[in-house]
Design a protein around this ligand. Structure first.
Ligand code: GLC
Ligand code: CA
Length: 541
């Protein structure tokens, strides 16, 4: 029997199914491919898989545009394969978390096809429409993927609203019939045995386009509570809401321990600190390291005992962390381990994005024509038009494109990295001969084996999820260090975030102590940190 808060002690692994493992040679990852890799995931020590969308979809946004919430896309397999995955994963003590894309559907969903037929169609009100003349949209709201947020349907003389691509019309959450349809659909998935859900851009469902409100609309938490009450509640699920607009106060609502909304939240405050303030993610600037420490620490302290956070550096929308804030060249292994160490002493539920555990890197040698992602492609078209140079655009893409995370998983050094026997749908990163799972498993000092240690350590030591957190050296420009205390234990996490040797006066009680986990085999002196050196100490109080 699962305890109510079982998800506090686990680690989740995110699979981007298109790029994980192909089983039939068509070049696209699929459910059978995932089943064939469950032994590997169990070895890593994870207990749940967050599966990016596998439902039927025209794949305009790689599955985040669903045309049938209750069927599996043929490219990934069948409903039976999905049932098998749930069953087989369970044998490995792994739950399957589905990705619920509820802010919008695909324009190829039957609801939208009907909605478009006439304003009297019963499905019309499932979406958001405004009367208008061609060329004169209701207002100048922009889509997140570029261009207007309104698309005209001449037959109806109406515009429909879409926060993302034209092919992703926003669902009308103010319509109670829509909400009920969604709850019924979710309950059918719960009956099929899924272990939880990740809720895509959930803070954008309660929109009021006439008032230019997309995020955090007035009805947001009312809708989420109704959703939870009608579906998740009492079912011992792990649920996580994606909320780019979350602050601490909202996060406390999302993750209220009474279970009225979700188990936890994905918030992104720490991950946007290398972009110019008030600008887009493409507008690069160096990481504000002092702020990073402040932000991560704030979340540790403020949610302690009153909410629950997720811990992550990566996902399918973010560049690879080792390339971003580590060093993917001479210190790739050290810096990847250091970055993991910073997070894994913290309270929250860690999420690993496929390939992170072997230190996969950005595809920073791509040319413009190598990009697949709709956001990246629309950005470069738009910026070219606005006078940016190709070089500038390419630089932004190399650093921030979502495609950096989406290259196929690197399993071994054989052709196409063992991802497929056919032609991969997307280019394999050319470093797969050095960076791959087979290598990582056989090398006891690999990033993979370090993650295993961190994961096992978290599970054995309640100080990680229960301890009181204090940031050390808050103003230090290179060291990220913190201390936790719980019952009769003290945990120290000491990390050199950069590639220089740092000398620092560490607390006296560390003198002559051996770290329980470290990314170098020995230290010159306790107070000297090597490039990207990371150590965790567990002491008796
Ligand atoms: C979320 C997803 C992203 C997708 C968007 C629209 O942010 O993570 O991949 O493009 O929502 O569904
Ligand atoms: Ca396939």
């Amino acid at each position: 029997m699962l305890s109510e808060y079982w998800w506090k002690n686990i680690v989740v692994y995110q699979i981007y199914p298109k790029s994980f493992q192909d089983s039939n040679g068509d070049g696209i990852g699929d459910l059978k491919g995932i089943i064939s890799r469950l032994d590997y995931l169990e070895k890593l020590g994870i207990n749940a898989i967050w599966l990016s969308p596998v439902c039927k979809s025209p794949q305009e946004d790689n599955g985040y545009d669903i045309s049938d919430y209750e069927d599996i896309d043929a490219m990934f397999g069948t409903l039976e394969d999905m049932q098998n995955l749930i069953k087989e994963a369970d044998k490995h003590n792994i739950k399957i978390i589905m990705d619920l894309v509820l802010n919008h559907s695909s324009d190829e969903h039957i609801w939208f096809k009907e909605a478009k037929k006439s304003i009297n169609n019963p499905y019309h009100d499932y979406y958001i429409w405004r009367d208008g003349e061609e060329g004169n949209p209701p207002n100048d709201m922009k889509s997140i993927f570029g261009g207007s947020a309104w698309t005209y349907v001449p037959e109806l003389r109406q515009y429909y609203f879409h926060q993302f691509a034209e092919k992703q019309p926003d669902l009308n959450w103010d319509n109670p019939v829509v909400r009920q349809e969604i709850y019924n659909m979710i309950n059918r998935w719960i009956d099929k045995g899924v272990g939880g859900f990740r809720l895509d851009v959930i803070d954008q469902i309660a929109k009021e386009p006439d008032n230019f409100i997309t995020q955090n609309g007035p009805m947001l938490h009312t809708y989420i509570r109704e959703l939870s009450k009608n579906t998740f509640k009492g079912n011992h699920l792990i649920t996580v809401g994606e909320a780019w607009g979350a602050n601490i106060e909202r996060a406390k609502l999302y993750s209220n321990p009474d279970g009225s909304e979700f188990s936890m939240v994905f918030q992104f405050e720490h991950i946007a600190l290398d972009q110019q303030e008030g600008k887009e993610k493409w507008d690069l600037c160096p990481l504000d390291f002092i702020k990073l420490k402040k932000v991560l620490s704030k979340w540790q302290i403020e949610l302690h005992n009153v909410g629950w956070n997720s811990l992550f550096w990566n996902n399918h929308d973010l560049p690879r962390i080792v390339s971003r804030w580590g060093n993917d060249k001479e210190y790739r292994v050290e810096s990847a381990k250091m970055l993991a160490t910073v997070l894994y002493g913290m309270e929250g539920t860690p999420y690993i994005f496929q390939g992170e555990e072997i230190g996969m890197t950005n595809a920073s040698y791509f040319e413009l024509e190598d990009y697949e992602d709709i956001e990246s492609i629309n950005m470069y078209k738009e910026r070219l038009k606005n006078g940016y140079s190709k070089e500038e655009i390419l630089k932004s893409l190399h650093c921030k494109s979502r495609d950096n995370a989406r290259t196929p998983m690197q399993w071994d050094s054989s052709e196409n990295a063992g991802f497929t026997t056919g032609k991969p749908w997307f280019k394999v990163n050319k470093n797969y001969k050095e960076i791959n799972v087979e290598q990582a498993i056989s090398d006891e000092n690999s990033i993979f084996n370090y993650y295993r240690k961190l994961i096992a350590f978290r599970k054995e030591n309640p100080i990680i999820t229960n301890g009181d957190y204090t940031l050390l050296y808050p103003e230090h420009k290179e060291v990220f260090a913190y201390k936790k205390t719980y019952e009769n234990k003290i945990l120290y996490v000491i990390c050199n975030f950069y590639g220089n040797i740092v000398t620092i006066d560490l607390p006296n009680e560390l003198e002559n102590k051996m770290p329980v986990i470290a990314n170098y085999n020995n230290s010159n002196s306790i107070n000297e940190l090597k490039p990207y050196e990371a150590r965790m100490y567990l002491l008796d109080n």
